[in-house]
Design a protein around this ligand. Structure first.
Ligand code: FES
Length: 166
């Protein structure tokens, strides 16, 4: 092969390497944008909340803990059914209302209320919470988060907000 051909081939190889590196870097940057947005978004986004009516006071017997469904604060307009969420609501004597997140603070599994034991139980890794949401046993690192609740003209309202899971 002539020296001239070797020089052309080497030049072409360097050019193709540069194009490959550029295309790879561009692809990685495009793929990283949503990941960076997901990780950093909560730090810069405004905390969104909304009051949701979950029923009237007379629907909640004193001393009982029941699930209430409501629309979460939507992250995006296309959240659809994933925007629906649940909380455990208890009416305590004196019409005090308490609402707990259903998500275990270990890895986010939904906890269930066991009225006989007076405990919240997590089916995933055996996490147990007392009726006030404090950790009773197992791996959960923190108590169950609570939603603010208010009574307005006889309607029970839960303040939907984004609660970090895990
Ligand atoms: Fe509840 Fe692990 S997710 S104990």
């Amino acid at each position: 092969m002539a020296d001239k051909d070797r020089g052309v081939n080497a030049g072409r190889r360097r050019f193709l390497e540069a194009v490959s590196l550029l295309a790879g870097g561009l692809g990685a940057a495009v793929a990283a944008v949503p990941v960076i947005g997901f990780v950093l978004g909560p730090m810069f986004g405004a905390r969104r909340t909304a009051w949701r009516t979950v029923g009237t006071l007379d629907q909640f017997p004193v001393g009982q803990t029941v699930p209430v469904r409501f629309e979460a604060v939507s992250e995006t307009p296309w959240d659809g059914v994933t925007a629906r969420t649940v909380a455990w609501l208890r009416r305590e004597p004196g019409d005090r209302l308490v609402a707990f997140s259903v998500n275990c603070t270990h890895l986010g599994c939904p906890v269930r209320w066991e009225p006989g034991a007076n405990l919240f139980m997590c089916p995933c890794h055996g996490g147990v919470y007392y009726s006030n949401g404090q950790v009773a046993g197992g791996p959960p690192p923190r108590p169950l988060p609570r939603y603010p609740v208010r009574l307005r003209d006889g309607a029970v309202e839960v303040q939907a907000e984004r609660i970090p899971i895990g």
